[in-house]
Unconditional design. Structure first.
Length: 53
C-alpha cells in the first residue's frame, strides 16, 4: 500500500514539475492532479512494488 501512495505522490510531483517548467492551461486542475495521482499510483506504485516488494 505504501508503494502505491509513494507512486501517487510521484505522479502528482511529475505533473507539478511539468507545470512549473512550462505552464499550460489547466481547465480542470483538481481532476488533472487526481488523474495523475491515479496513473502514478498504477505505474510507479507497481514498479516500486515489484522492485522492492
Amino acid at each position: 500500500m505504501l508503494y502505491f501512495l509513494i507512486g501517487a505522490l510521484l505522479g502528482m510531483a511529475q505533473m507539478l514539475w511539468r507545470f512549473i517548467k512550462t505552464p499550460f492551461d489547466m481547465i480542470y486542475p483538481v481532476q488533472g492532479f487526481a488523474f495523475s495521482a491515479a496513473i502514478g499510483a498504477a505505474s510507479y506504485g507497481t514498479i516500486l512494488w515489484l522492485i522492492l516488494g
